[in-house]
Design a protein around this ligand. Sequence first.
Ligand code: DAT
Ligand code: MG
Length: 147
Amino acid sequence: MERTYLMIKPDGVQRNLIGEIVSRFEKKGFTLVAAKLTILSKETAETHYGEHKERPFFGELVDFITSGPVFAMVWQGGNVISTARTMMGATNPAEAAPGTIRGDFGVQVAMNVIHGSDSPESAAREISIFFNEEELSAYEKTVNKWV
Ligand code: DAT
Ligand code: MG
């Protein structure tokens, strides 16, 4: 079963979108296996966004993501990595389709509400940055056998 790292960014938290966003993934049928509200250190933010270190917006990105609490989550389910990306919408909310999280709630590319891992490799890497093995709840829903 696949797992992905999703993170509601400071704009999403401050705009009271945690419940709305968690609800979308719950209703889709995915399983929440870990979650916490946390403020990222500069070091953690730089590690998490390491692939963008050379980009002109890197400093702004790190400043923004450390500016207030984020809601860090691990979700589990079939194809959850790519399906969550589809549910999030395009990076630039101006190009994100209506019905997606960024399309419905985002305005600016730098404040685009949510982060989601883009591959199995980044999911494994990002989950290990934010959660210990003991924080991940492995459980089987009985309902999975019914639907
Ligand atoms: P995604 O978050 O869709 O995976 P990404 O990995 O390319 O997108 O970029 C990471 C984050 O960096 C993105 O969510 C918002 C910010 N970002 C990307 N492009 C940007 C730009 N041109 N100006 C400002 N911030 C940008
Ligand atoms: Mg990315």
